[in-house]
Design a protein around this ligand. Sequence first.
Ligand SMILES: [Fe+2]
Length: 386
Amino acid sequence: MITRLGLPGQVLIGGGALAELPGLIGGLGIRRPLLVSDPVMRDMGLVDRVGALMGDSGAPCVVFADTVPEPTSDVVERGAEMMREEEFDGLVALGGGSPIDTAKAMAILAANGGTMRDYKVPNEIPQIGLPIIAIPTTAGTGSEVTRFTVITDTETDEKMLVAGLACCPTAAIVDFELTLTMPLRLTADTGIDSLTHAIEAYVSKRANPYTDGLARNAMGLIAKNIRTACADPANRAAREAMMLGATTAGMAFSNASVALVHGMSRPIGAFFHVPHGLSNAMLLPEITAFSAPAALDRYADCARTMGVAEEGEGSQAAVARLLDALRALNDDLKVPSPKAYGIAKDRYDELLLTMASQAIASGSPANNPRVPSSEEIIELYRRVYG
Ligand SMILES: [Fe+2]
């Protein structure tokens, strides 16, 4: 079997790595980059800080700071329009997964034309666009190292998965110091997102020996540090471990795919505007319970790696501990059910069939160790509602 691994050409990891940006821009031969970010980063002063570093490389600082959480196709089109109007030769994406995903999508549209829907999986992306330097400020989506972007279609509210090497940043700067001020809810949600990436990459039908090591490494780091990072935001060791875990999990799922949790999570996010990590968290325990019988040993490995089961414990017992641990994590991090989040039951029920068909169309459920039917997905949506 041949495994095609796709990763950024350079990843600079460590506290203070942001200072390497001017050298990285120069080294890549970028002379006129566009900085893609969002209003939160601008208000925090990070856009100015990164803009000054871009200036140190001799490049002007031109900013597109209009990206939105759970990025939409119309914002991507506005950004691509700006790229067509001015001659840029690279993008610097600064922020959580949303600005990074937006920058990827802008580069794809600017290079290939058309609309975002044209590149939804399983469609291919013909041309790789401008080089992207991704600078994540959450730990996180892993978008800085993945060959995916997720864009919500403004017209239909569908969260579209777009995949291919054209989505993979050229370089990433992974500096945990940028996460030290992340608020509690964001730390929890993005942390569970990255734990989900690691678990799904490990149990995915497309897992391979290269991604297994990355996924195990990430699971251990995240499971053992997520509570500390939430309770003690300035804890550098925990923040560093979470950042490393998130990026490593990104490398794993980018090359092994995510599975049923992500497939079912995207429609919840799109229709009810639930942040991505939170909708994953709502689903993770129940989907794990549904899937585990089909890959008991793999899920048992997850439990042992996360430190919630003993090495010598049998797989059945280890998986039971994993389920307990995932439920306890949701309780501790105050993850609400869809009902408790305020999602109306009648609207949820009305959309079940559409959500299930969008989940299946994304391709992610087909990577799950237990591939569900549409009826089973609907039943799972009902079970997690609360
Ligand atoms: Fe995710």
